[in-house]
Design a protein around this ligand. Structure first.
Ligand code: NAD
Length: 305
């Protein structure tokens, strides 16, 4: 089996590349990345090859079609900073590139598993279900919704290949540090507290999110490869937890007793409450999240330390 992981130098892509090389030791695994938010240090220990390139480049996809053939493409590459407001760049990179990938997959006969996002739901009523509440509030969420629309079009018109979209909720875990300010709040708060500083969060810390550990996201990707299925699925835990709860868990796990400092949220768009309905992924992918927030943070702290 020959596998392409776009965005493989990034947070989720690198975790996936390592899981693929462990699960399928004889597979040939290639990473495609432009290293804009990914980092080579995420790939120390990776035994496959890296193709350095930009997913928006048609010449790149022509080159790949001419010189390679893949059985599966895990598409993780994207502009992942949700505060970027350049609509042209966001749409070209996140949405339009998926057409190049799907057209290439049609030539190769490859399965495509791509990363969508809970950003497609904006601030609609939780629990979020795949078919409703599609009201993104920023261009990042809109670009992910357009990826889903492109994928649905190809699913309908090209049933000869399988396509799976995974709408990740708030992912945290090892190898996210190179995302800088876009890394999860769990990472940012843990590092601050481990340096002896008070945690600072937006007032009053009761915003609730469905936080999912990266190992569960990897599990979902592997199931998507194995199952004979196409479709779009929420990937989360199905539980909404608050930022105050994260700080409580970190204080307990680190043996600290920091008080929280609250400040005003500077964004006019901010997801206040996300919680996924994961019944579709459970039923059709056999997905079962293994990590509660407590278990995920405990596992992650060993890595951060
Ligand atoms: N982390 C989360 O909480 C989360 C939530 C929902 C969806 N997602 C999606 O999951 C995927 C992976 O995100 P991540 O958290 O690992 O972020 P990341 O920024 O660590 O990874 C993105 C990778 O894509 C690469 N990349 C960006 N633009 C590129 C381009 N034009 N050509 C080639 N490579 C390019 C970056 O260098 C990086 O390695 C993304 O599609 C993201 O939208 C992430």
């Amino acid at each position: 089996m020959r596998i392409l992981v776009t965005g493989g130098a990034g947070f989720i892509g690198s975790n996936l590349a390592f899981a693929l090389q462990d699960t399928y030791p004889s597979a040939e695994i290639f990473i495609l990345d432009n290293f804009s938010s990914g980092h080579f240090k995420n790939l120390i220990g990776f035994r496959g090859e890296v193709i350095t390139g930009d997913i928006t480049s048609e010449e790149l996809w022509d080159y790949l079609k001419a010189h390679f053939s893949f059985d599966a493409v895990f598409h993780q590459a994207a502009i992942t900073d949700t505060t970027v407001t350049d609509q042209w760049v966001m749409m070209k990179t996140n949405a339009d590139s998926l057409r190049h990938i799907l057209d290439s997959a049609l030539e190769w006969g490859a399965k495509v598993i791509y990363a969508s996002s809970a950003g497609v739901y904006g601030n609609t009523e939780p629990p979020m279900k795949e078919e409703s509440g599609l009201e993104p509030e920023n261009i990042y969420g809109f670009s992910k919704l357009m990826m889903d629309r492109i994928a649905l079009y190809y699913m309908k018109n090209h049933p000869e290949i399988q396509i799976v979209g995974l709408r990740y909720f708030n992912v945290y875990g090892p190898r996210e540090s190179y995302k800088g300010k876009s890394a999860s709040m769990i990472y940012q708060l843990a590092v601050k507290m481990m340096h002896g500083q008070k945690p600072r969060i937006f007032k009053w810390g009761e915003q609730r999110r469905d936080f999912v550990y990266v190992k569960d996201v990897v599990q979902a990707n592997l199931l998507a490869l194995e199952k004979n299925v196409s479709g779009i699925f929420n990937i989360a835990t199905g539980e909404a937890r608050s930022f105050n709860e994260i700080i409580e868990i970190l204080n307990r796990e680190l043996g600290t007793n920091f008080e929280t400092e609250y400040f005003d949220c500077p964004y006019d768009f901010y997801q206040e409450f996300t919680k996924a309905d994961i019944s579709k992924a459970k039923e059709l992918l056999g997905y079962r999240p293994q990590f509660s927030l407590e278990e995920g943070i405990r596992d992650y702290l060993r890595f951060i330390k």
